[in-house]
Structure formats: structure tokens, C-alpha cells
Write a protein that binds this ligand. Structure first.
Ligand SMILES: Nc1ncnc2c1ncn2[C@@H]1O[C@H](COP(=O)(O)OP(=O)(O)OP(=O)(O)O)[C@@H](O)[C@H]1O
Ligand SMILES: [Mg+2]
Length: 228
């Protein structure tokens, strides 16, 4: 499978007047197109920081990052946002839907941000994404009228609507009961079969069976599972 992204020697630290705190320490990380990658590790090991860095939500201090052969460190702030919008969809533990917007409007947001689509095109794309997550009948509903699992499916539809190749999921089942969580994982697995690349942070060791690659993060460094 061709490579989608390649990170080398990634370092990230936080600093204040007195100290420097290194969260990611020379991480090497490559992902091929079509992979289903899981990242596990204890609380505070740097999983979210790594995912946010991969998703260009966070900057890093040292290292290289190529996405589809483009050196993303060369992008300015505005181009990074455009690049992120076109290439990467996000799913969060707490869904991050906007309560004052209905389901269709929530899913439409990345398309408005993307620009260039007519209203009819946007509606068609929103409907298609809702079909992908089997929620066609919730087009006009508000997030507060949906169950947790349905809200997560809406957030997956929002991640899909721009046709981004890469989906980043930070503990997407963390706020759901076991059964609803497994339905979300099944959905992500189906999307992976349709060629979406998925990188998922999870605490659930059982999800290894879905993964093409498993990474274990300990204090900002990848390690073997046994040393976690
Ligand atoms: N903005 C920040 N300023 C300073 N330190 C931070 C900041 N964000 C995160 N950290 C620190 O970086 C470390 C890694 O945080 P991160 O959120 O990536 O952990 P995590 O592995 O996702 O944990 P969890 O499983 O609890 O979500 C933690 O020690 C955290 O306190
Ligand atoms: Mg986290």
C-alpha cells in the first residue's frame, strides 16, 4: 500500500518560564493508505498530543512531517487549515457537535469552510454522509434529540463529508456504553474497508483485532506492548 504520511524525529514540548516539559520524544511514525492504526498508552502518555499533531491542530518543535509527499512544515497557518480541511476528518470522545445547529447544518460546516460547493451540492453531500452512517432520517434533528451513539455517527458523517482520506479518532467510544461503542467501531471498520485510513486512540485492547498496526506510547516514546 502506498504511504499516506511519514513523521520522523517528532519532538514536542511545552515550556513556561521555569521548565520545559517534553511530551513527544523523537517519534517516528509512518502510515500507509488504507491502514487502521491504533494508539494505546496510559493517561498522560501523549496520545492526544500526537493525534492533534498528526491532524495539524497542534504545532511541533522538531522533526519532519510529510503527508502525501507534501512537507506540511512548510505550510503557513492559513494553508495548514485548508490542507487539514481537505485531507483530515476528526472524531472526538465528546462528539463536539454544535448544539444550536441541526444535524444537517453540523455536517455541512466543513463544506462551508471548504468553499466552492453550491447549496444543492452541499445538501447532496450531507445526505450521502448521513446515508454512510445510516442516519438519513435525522437530517433535521438537533444533537440534543439524539442518543450518544447517534451523535457520534453524526460526527463521523461530518468527518466523511469532505471526502478526506484520513480519519483521526480520539477515544471515539470513550463516552459510549459497550454495545453502542462496538457499533461505532464496526462503522469505522466498514469505512476502513472502503479505503479510509483510520488512526484511533483507544484504551480498549480488544480493538487490536481491527488494527493493521498497533502503537504503544509510554511517556512520549513508542514502546513494545509488554513495556506499557
Ligand atoms: N497545553 C499544554 N500545556 C502543558 N502541558 C500539556 C498541555 N497539553 C498536554 N500537556 C501535557 O502533556 C502530556 C500528554 O497529554 P495528552 O493529552 O497527550 O495525554 P493522553 O495520552 O491523551 O492522556 P489521556 O489518556 O488522559 O487522554 C500530559 O502530561 C499533559 O499534562
Ligand atoms: Mg487524550
Amino acid at each position: 500500500m502506498p504511504q499516506l504520511l511519514e513523521i520522523k524525529g517528532l519532538c514536542k514540548w511545552y515550556e513556561n518560564d521555569k521548565d520545559q516539559y517534553e511530551v513527544l520524544k523523537r517519534i517516528d511514525f509512518s502510515v500507509n493508505k488504507g491502514s487502521f492504526v491504533t494508539i494505546m498508552g496510559k493517561s498522560g502518555s501523549g496520545k492526544t498530543t500526537l493525534l492533534n499533531t498528526i491532524g495539524l491542530l497542534d504545532n511541533f518543535n522538531d522533526g519532519t512531517y510529510k503527508f502525501k509527499d507534501q512537507d506540511v512544515t512548510q505550510l503557513n497557518e492559513e494553508d495548514r487549515s485548508i490542507f487539514r480541511n481537505r485531507n483530515i476528518g476528526f472524531i472526538f470522545q465528546q462528539f463536539h457537535l454544535i448544539d444550536s445547529l441541526n444535524v444537517a447544518q453540523n455536517i455541512e460546516l466543513p463544506l462551508l469552510y471548504h468553499g466552492g460547493y453550491s447549496r444543492n451540492e452541499r445538501i447532496d453531500m450531507v445526505k450521502q454522509s448521513l446515508r454512510d452512517v445510516s442516519l438519513e432520517n435525522k437530517f433535521n434533528s438537533y444533537p440534543s434529540e439524539l442518543s450518544g451513539g447517534q451523535q457520534q455517527r453524526v460526527s463521523i458523517a461530518r468527518a466523511l463529508v469532505t471526502k478526506a482520506d484520513l480519519i483521526l479518532a480520539d477515544e471515539p467510544t470513550g463516552a459510549l456504553d459497550w454495545k453502542t461503542g462496538s457499533q461505532i467501531i464496526d462503522l469505522l471498520y466498514d469505512l476502513n474497508k472502503l479505503d479510509k485510513t483510520i488512526i484511533m486512540v483507544t484504551h480498549d485492547g480488544d480493538l487490536r483485532k481491527y488494527a493493521t498496526n498497533c502503537f504503544y506510547l509510554k511517556e512520549g516514546i513508542f514502546c513494545e506492548e509488554d513495556n506499557l
